[in-house]
Design a protein around this ligand. Structure first.
Ligand SMILES: Cc1ncc(COP(=O)(O)O)c(C=O)c1O
Length: 483
């Protein structure tokens, strides 16, 4: 299963290239500029000497060793691993886009600017916000930028005492981290028995020191915060702002907007909701969108449409400044724009509806066999608990997740949200067919039966991967990344 490095396949003199005979006049080297001697190689570089077929087989093999949405179902809750349509990939490879340079004269990049401008218009209408910035390169980056704007807003108003950010217990870990990175103190808000924000607890924490509440809706249990209007009114009443973590927008896009719910600022994970590649942790795209209150604080430059065409505008005195290299990950933005145009407003709505339908279908099959602590109708994802399995058979959520790998599935999200012990979070997305969902549920149920009869087997999973069970804590704390 494992694949050696190309250098280990090297055989002296073997080549994957064949240059034509040199047809330059003798002594042509003398016309070349001379490289300073300290830049010259002392000995030839150690490069793999391999045949073309070796190279093709090597990379083809490597491409099969990692798991992606194109390989099989990827129900990684909260991460929305939906299919990336190939149309977006094809268009992103047009030389008209790949040969652009972000610093070329603006008169020659009007097409790209119009795409960014139109994308901002579309995202504004999908979210119910006024405008945004495409610069942030990930959801967490968007969070950081959004909170920085909130910070700038209160400084501008002289409200320097607003130093707290409220974060529900069910929030993604990046929420408190972004708040801390912006110098805020984090205050946790409890959840109630239904898994929603505990409004009494929230209200008891609202005072003149609160800058913002960060919330995702639906929340990370896949539940819609039905009291969102009361929540937003209470936060605004005490002078605070509302930050919307847009990671779960796939469940509501086209149906409801964060703007209508009372949010002031949000980030979108284009690599989730708008079907652009996650890119193995980057490059992604996490645009921030704001209402009129925060618009003056957006990163700069802004993009404007003038009589003379599209321009970058730097004249934004209250802006928090530039937050990324150039203007954002343009080719990711382009794919999101293609997705929106191709889906249209009806398609976007249908995607959200199917995402919710698929999650409820899968949940209804699994809840007969597994504990679903926060039951009822879910939105785009749901969480099961393996706590009882652990108590009775010693099988953990992680064991189940590892077993799924051998069945040909990417594991669901594990141990998140922390509110649920031995949690597994499933998000099938709208892309999967009913047959796939049936097969997935059957695999998980037969894995459960096997876990009960032969727990030792599951403890050893996965068996089908190049490396078996890793010590994941050690792998994170002491990464050994060299060969
Ligand atoms: C709820 C939630 N918020 C924020 C993030 C952070 O987004 P990103 O991974 O794009 O930085 C995630 C990522 O998985 C998430 O699930």
């Amino acid at each position: 299963m494992s694949e050696p490095l190309l250098i280990d396949k090297s055989k002296k003199g073997r080549k994957a290239y064949c240059f034509p005979a040199l047809d330059l006049p003798r002594g042509f080297e003398q016309a070349l500029p001379e490289l300073p001697s300290h830049l010259l190689r002392i000995k030839p570089a150690r490069l793999p000497e391999v045949a073309e077929l070796d190279v093709v087989r090597h990379f083809t093999k490597l491409s099969t060793l990692s798991f992606g949405v194109d390989n099989g179902p990827y129900p990684l809750g909260s991460c929305t691993m939906k299919y990336n349509p190939k149309l977006g990939e094809q268009i992103a490879q047009f030389p008209a886009f790949t040969t652009m340079h972000p610093l070329q004269d603006i008169s020659t990049s009007q097409g790209c600017l119009s795409i960014m401008y139109n994308l901002l218009e579309d995202l504004s209408s999908i979210t119910g916000m006024s405008w945004g910035s495409l610069q942030p390169c990930a959801g967490a980056h968007g969070e950081y930028v959004g909170l920085k704007m909130i910070r700038a807003y209160f400084l501008e108003r002289g409200e320097v005492a607003r130093n707290k950010v409220l974060v529900p217990i069910s929030a993604h870990g990046t929420n408190p981290a972004s708040a801390v990175m912006n110098g805020f103190d984090v205050v946790t808000v409890a959840s109630n028995k239904e898994g929603l924000v505990d409004i009494e607890d929230l209200k008891s924490k609202l005072d003149g020191s609160v800058a913002a509440l960060m919330l995702t809706n639906p929340n990370t249990l896949g539940l819609f915060e039905k009291d969102i209007l009361e929540i937003s009114a209470s936060v605004h009443e005490c002078g605070g702002l509302l930050y919307y973590d847009g990671a779960n927008l796939n469940a509501i896009m086209g149906m409801a907007t964060p703007g209508d719910m009372g949010f002031d600022v949000l980030h979108l994970n284009l690599h989730k909701t708008f079907s652009t590649p996650h890119g193995g942790g980057g490059p992604g795209s996490g645009p921030v969108m704001v209402n009129d209150t925060l618009r003056p604080f957006l990163p700069k430059p802004d993009i404007e449409l003038t009589d003379g065409g599209y321009v970058y505008t730097w004249d934004r005195p209250l802006s928090i400044g530039k937050v990324s290299m150039f203007w954002g990950n343009f080719l990711v933005l382009l794919r999101a724009y293609v997705y929106i145009l191709r889906m249209g407003s009806e398609g976007i709505k249908a995607a959200a509806a199917h995402a919710v339908l698929n999650a409820n279908y899968l949940k209804s099959k699994l809840e007969k066999h597994f504990d679903v602590p926060y039951g009822g109708v879910c939105m785009h994802e749901f969480v099961i608990s393996c706590e009882n399995l652990k108590k009775e058979y010693g099988i953990t959520a992680q064991d189940m997740a590892k077993g799924l790998i051998d069945e040909g599935y990417h594991p669901p999200t594990m141990y998140f949200p922390t509110l649920v012990s031995e949690a597994l979070m499933f998000e099938p997305t709208e892309s999967e067919s009913i047959e796939t969902l049936d097969a997935f549920a059957d695999s998980l149920i037969s894995l459960l039966e096997r876990a009960k009869k032969d727990p030792a087997y599951l403890k050893g999973a996965p068996y089908s991967t190049p490396v078996g069970r890793l010590d994941e804590v050690r792998a994170i704390k002491e990464p050994d990344l060299h060969y």
